[in-house]
Design a binder for this molecule. Sequence first.
Ligand code: C5P
Length: 222
Amino acid sequence: RKAYVVTVDGPSGAGKGTLSNMLADAYKWHFLDSGAIYRVLAIAAIHHKIALDDIHGLQPLANGLDVTFSVTDKGNRVILEGEDVSDDIRSEEVGSTASQIASIPMIREALLKRQRAFAQLPGLVADGRDMGTVVFPEAVAKIFLTASAQSRAQRRYEQLKAMGQDVKIACLLMDIQARDERDLNRATAPLVAAKYALEIDSTALGIAQVFEIAKAFIDSKI
Ligand code: C5P
């Protein structure tokens, strides 16, 4: 039997990571944080001093990216070339760099196989922008999670504050809008709900409610 794949796509800050982790936990399935791969690539480019428009420098980096994901008692850890970058990849600067790199078609192509390798038995919850449209078009259940830009900025603010980072909500809102603009309008794999995806608007919902809706939908598909 093939591994089940459930996809969770949507704009940044809608709560995809939290929802995906809860679903992976509930079903005891694997979890793919595809954004983390783009973020790790961004850090690798910065480390290796490769310019963001240097496609011929970025492509081999994407192909040979030495990254491992592991679940530990300290949560999900991301290791790049032997170094724990789990916290570094979460900064706004890295997110913005990742989103610029992610607009390059050759880079997206180079990362496809690596992402598909996460589809392992018994199942996978894949979190990203194009999981249901491009990476796992055959997924058994697809979810598109949205929320207003204002509420996403507010949540990001609380997350960053909890991590001790000092930021302004207005800056976060501008950053989210810039990232939405890039993710929605890029030529390759733009952010769009997959056909037959269940759309959930989490603006006025708590995470427990979002989880219940998503789980009931998945249960009806598997
Ligand atoms: O989801 P996260 O904010 O970690 O992703 C960082 C950036 O990587 C996003 O702004 C988006 O541009 C890009 N990304 C993507 N496709 C994915 C996941 C992330 O283009 N599947």
